[in-house]
Design a protein around this ligand. Structure first.
Ligand code: 13P
Length: 236
């Protein structure tokens, strides 16, 4: 069970340190992952308790070189990261990242000793056309590098229309998608759900068989709200 926070491009150094210091240690089988903005990684790391891991929000697919503004996976590892998000839908749409690039980033992450959280999810038009399962299956086929085994990665399903909109996918929709993904990738990989997860809906989502955690955006910026989601994970 992995309860992950994606702070996106929010906060300040003071905000990040304060929020990180308030996050509860989960204990047991539950892990917590915090992905702050890159400049605050080290400061956040210093505040994290037991069972709380640090992650980047993106990495480059090359180990080093003339890539202004980018961060190598090895650099994230250097400052204490254990995970990195790759292929978040905001990067797929705003930075034009395709499955091939996501796969290269996931491979670079693994080579640097990180666990990539490979993100997939359909847009509203695909869901309305009834193509959501096929779209996500194709994203997974092309975004998860050949030869990756279950310990190499985490998968995050985040329907684009549910991100930051307050519209969570229904329990039936999440169940259908996560069962389909499980059938495709096999046992052992944690499959996270993301998209308007909050304290009020986390327990229902986490109770589903093939949901191995959540990836939380907006609600992870509030310590009380995020701690309540962690507690829902502990109780599950
Ligand atoms: P929200 O929880 O704000 O919908 O964001 C989800 C997300 O994109 C996490 O990566």
């Amino acid at each position: 069970m992995l309860i992950a926070a994606n702070w996106k491009m929010n906060g300040s150094a003071d905000f990040a340190k304060d929020l990180a210091s308030k996050i509860i240690s989960p204990g047991g089988d539950v892990k917590v992952l915090i992905c702050p903005p890159t400049p605050y990684l080290s400061a956040v790391k210093a505040e994290l308790g037991d069972g709380i891991y640090l992650g980047g929000q993106d990495c480059h697919d090359q180990a080093e070189g003339a890539y202004t503004g980018s961060t190598a996976a090895g650099m994230l590892e250097d400052v204490g990261c254990e995970y990195v998000l790759v292929g978040h839908s905001e990067r797929r749409s705003m930075c034009h990242e395709n499955d091939k690039m996501v796969s290269s980033k996931a491979r670079a992450a693994k080579e640097a000793g990180l666990i990539p959280v490979i993100c997939v999810g359909e847009k509203l038009e695909s869901r309305e056309a009834g193509e959501h399962l096929e779209v996500v299956k194709s994203q997974i086929k092309h975004s998860v590098p050949d030869g990756f085994v279950s310990d190499d990665y985490v998968l995050a399903y985040e329907p684009v229309w549910a991100i930051g909109t307050g519209k969570t996918a229904s329990i039936d929709d999440i169940n259908e998608m996560h069962n389909t993904i499980r059938a495709q990738i096999g046992p052992g990989v944690d499959i996270l759900y993301g998209g308007s997860v909050k304290a009020a809906n986390a327990a229902d989502i986490l109770s589903l068989n093939n949901v191995g955690g959540v990836l939380v955006g907006g609600a992870s910026l509030n310590a009380d709200e995020f701690n309540a989601i962690i507690k829902a994970g502990i109780l599950d």
